[in-house]
Design a protein around this ligand. Structure first.
Ligand code: SAM
Length: 225
């Protein structure tokens, strides 16, 4: 997505924001507010959708797998994930923003999809229930990263893999968030070294630690029993 357009959109949304409701955490209100615009931007950004399709097809998902889309937003990854796991697979699409989920739920999907409104750090999912977790363009927004990894580890099956991915490197994304300010100003994508430390501290085995200008791809597996 064009950086100038992204920053302009975020700033316009911030200016339009009324005082954020007290019951919601600031982040949840922020993503609720930007859900419609996020969907419109996503639909028009065919280049990014093509990249997402290509990246998802490189994850090595298998027919019949159960996959958690952690921070699913308006559900744009779901069709690509379903294509990989097929009719016998299932996608759990989880997000803390009601408005993002509302848009995601309105779409027609060719396959098994369950929606969950929850925080990634406290997921109402049974232990060892997921083959794979995809956390796309979301990890930077989670304040409690250790808590998120703890939950990812809990819900993954033994040998399951977590994929943390973004289409910007950590330096580029962190600068972008600073530029946007307010709710996302301090949302940090950890460096590869820090991510390795976080994975190891959560008992994961790091697999890939790629942090280039235009691709952030951190994967780790849960050991066998
Ligand atoms: C930048 S959007 C990306 C959405 C989607 N993955 C995509 O690429 O279109 C980040 C999403 O993460 C969600 N999110 C942020 N922090 C979260 C948390 N702690 N728990 C659950 N969802 C969260 C937001 O509500 C938002 O929908």
């Amino acid at each position: 997505m064009n950086r100038v357009v992204t920053v302009a959109l975020f700033l316009a949304l911030l200016l339009l924001t009324p005082i954020l409701t007290a019951e919601k955490c600031e982040k949840e209100a922020f993503f609720d507010m930007m859900a419609q615009a996020w969907e419109e931007m996503s639909q028009h950004n065919t280049g990014e959708l093509a990249r997402i399709r290509e990246i998802i097809s490189s994850f090595g998902l298998k027919e019949g797998e159960t996959v958690l889309d952690a921070g699913c937003g308006t559900g744009r990854l779901i069709p690509f994930l379903l294509k990989e796991v097929g009719r016998n697979g299932r996608i759990y699409a989880l997000d803390c923003s009601q408005e993002m989920l509302l848009i995601a739920k309105q779409k027609q999907y060719d396959g098994n999809v369950s929606f969950i409104k929850a925080d990634i750090t406290e997921m109402p999912l049974p232990p060892e229930s997921m083959d794979r977790i995809i956390c796309f363009r979301t990890f930077a927004h989670i304040d409690n990263k250790t808590g998120a990894l703890r939950e990812f580890f809990r819900v993954l099956k033994p040998s399951g893999v977590v994929v943390i991915c973004n289409l910007l490197g950590s330096k580029e994304l962190n600068e972008l968030h600073k530029e946007i300010g307010r709710a996302v100003a301090n949302d940090i994508s950890p460096s590869a070294q820090e991510m390795k430390r976080l994975f190891l501290g959560s008992n994961f085995t790091p697999l890939e630690l790629l942090d280039s200008e235009s691709l952030y791809l951190m994967t780790a597996s849960k050991p066998h029993n």
